[in-house]
Design a protein around this ligand. Structure first.
Ligand code: P5A
Ligand code: ZN
Length: 501
């Protein structure tokens, strides 16, 4: 190990003890996001953060491009369109930013900045869709959306400008086809989060807390290091409700006119937030190789190299360049750090930036024609012969990707606390409730709850949690999926609750 240069930092990073501070410091030190922009809930992407963002979105794009086509709709939504769908607007009206003037002239019709794009897109679906041959129609866009959030805003987590809302909208001939699409969207999002090595639970949101205008909503939630869950994506079955409001009909094979059946689903910057929060450690980011802008950094271990290299070549530097070029040729995102900083300063910088693999090459390594691999996610070092570097890098990056995923999945699994008991009705129920409250401090609690809003809200208050929803996709084998509601003792389904962002 080289002697680490002491790098002065005012704040010692402690992800487990003080996640909130850790998170803001990482965004700054790893140069993801500059939070100094003078509008609440609105932030600036640094170049490095933007590269991560683009790699993350590249994965989603390639998944969506399979069966969807990318489009772009306007940011402005005229007030009358936004107000058409009654339930939808009830859910969003307090969150809409309005443009009411052009210069100093009042606009005839105020324009909303899209909080989401149903009411921008569906009036156009009405003119695009004529016949059953136009269906299924599946589009997506990656755009900014605006929500006047009144809860505490937080970079990448609760934004007033979501800079990249990845929203898909589909229309189908029947309810069965739309439900099939919901399943496909679930599979698609699973694959997306799996590639980010992000573990999740999938739930059906309670009927009293679904997306405004939907028949039902499916949510993906992950667990942040402070024990709170973060909703990282949702999929909604819209049925015919928007089709009726916006009069979206198609001519069926028999000539009759029918309403389309719709779905929509979306993901925000929260997917980037969860990559940072879940994999990072006290030294900085730990990026999954798939989304690391630099997958491998090469650090030459040279001591007084300058004179030597000026006199025509230094074997260490030459070896580094050879390795760098070979990795580039192999399609690996490599970087050769031949700056004048000391090795320790370089280690610090690239650890902070989450580079999954570091290759060190020094004079001693050259004597054995080898180099040293240092993984970001575990402290073990490995000697690798120089002529095997490219395949070994590929193999190691794959190993890292799998290993951080397994670790994160395990951590989530371990914090889910299951109970089959009807605790509210039990003796010493006070004590048992307090126990559940403690469990919910650190993770997800799985319990039985009926679908009434009253029971849901009572439980939320008793435990200081939010109801995520019914564990529709993920119940473990052998686990009871039906029991008695913890609040009213009626028949109930297994539900996940947690303190949520
Ligand atoms: C689905 C796409 C929708 O808006 N319309 C089109 C549907 N669903 S949603 O649940 O309201 O939002 C989708 C996901 O976006 C994230 N999200 C946010 N992220 C950051 N800041 C916000 N203010 C914010 N609001 C919502 C959530 O992950 C949500 O699941
Ligand atoms: Zn109940």
């Amino acid at each position: 190990m080289q002697h680490k240069t002491e790098t002065k930092a005012e704040i010692v990073l402690q992800k487990e003890n003080n996640f909130s501070e850790w998170y803001s410091e990482i965004l700054k030190r790893a140069e993801i996001l500059d939070i100094r922009y003078p509008v609440k809930g609105v932030y600036v992407w640094y170049p490095y953060g933007y590269k991560i963002r683009n790699l993350v979105y590249g994965i989603l794009r390639s998944l969506l491009d399979n069966e969807h086509e990318e489009v772009q709709f306007p940011l402005f939504i005229p007030k009358d369109e936004l107000m058409k769908e009654k339930e939808h607007i009830k859910g969003f009206e307090d969150e809409v930013f309005w443009v009411t003037k052009g210069g100093s002239t009042e606009l005839d019709i105020p324009l909303a900045l899209r909080p989401t794009s149903e009411t921008a897109i569906y009036p156009v679906f009405k003119v695009w869709i004529r016949s059953h041959r136009d269906l299924p129609l599946r589009i997506y866009q990656i755009v900014n959306t605006f929500r006047y959030e009144t809860k505490h805003t937080r970079p990448l987590i609760r934004l007033r400008e979501i800079t990249s809302f990845k929203e898909a909208h589909t229309a189908h001939v029947s309810r069965a086809d739309a439900e099939e699409q919901v399943k496909k969207a679930v599979a698609l999002y699973k694959s997306f989060f799996d590639q980010l090595a992000i573990p999740y639970v999938i739930t059906q949101r309670p009927a009293w807390d679904k997306f405004p205008g939907a028949v039902y909503s499916i949510a993906f939630d992950t667990l942040m290091p402070d024990g709170r869950t973060l909703q990282i994506g949702t999929i909604h079955l819209l049925g015919e409700s928007f089709a009726r409001t916006f009069d979206i009909k198609y001519e069926d094979k028999d000539g009759s006119l029918k309403f389309v059946n719709q779905t929509c689903y979306g993901i925000s910057e929260r997917c980037v937030a969860s990559v940072i929060a879940i994999h990072g450690d006290d030294h900085g980011l730990v990026l999954p190789p798939k989304v690391a802008p630099i997958q491998v950094v090469i650090v030459p271990i040279v001591f007084s190299s300058k004179e030597e290299s000026n006199n025509g070549g230094n074997p260490v530097e030459e070896a580094c360049v050879t390795v760098y070029e070979e990795l580039k040729r192999a399609g690996i995102r490599a970087f050769l750090d031949n700056s004048e900083d000391r090795p320790g300063a370089k280690y610090y910088r690239w650890e902070m930036k989450g580079v999954p693999l570091r290759i060190e090459i020094g004079p001693r390594d050259l004597k054995t024609n080898s180099c040293e691999f240092v993984r970001r996610d575990n402290p073990k070092k490995m000697h690798v012969p120089l002529n095997e570097v490219a395949p070994e890098v590929k193999r190691t990056l794959e190993e890292i990707q799998v290993s951080i995923h397994e670790e994160a999945k395990e951590a989530l699994r371990n914090t889910i606390y299951h109970t089959d008991e009807n605790i509210k009705g039990a003796e010493n129920s006070e004590e048992k409730m307090a126990e559940l409250r403690r469990k919910a401090e650190r993770g997800i609690v799985s319990l039985f709850l009926c679908d009434s809003e009253r029971c849901g809200q009572e439980l939320e208050e008793l435990l200081g949690v939010s109801v995520l929803g019914e564990a529709v996709y993920e119940t473990e084998e052998g686990e009871k999926s039906e029991g008695e509601c913890m609040i009213c003792s009626r028949k109930a389904k297994r539900v996940y609750v947690a303190r949520a962002y």
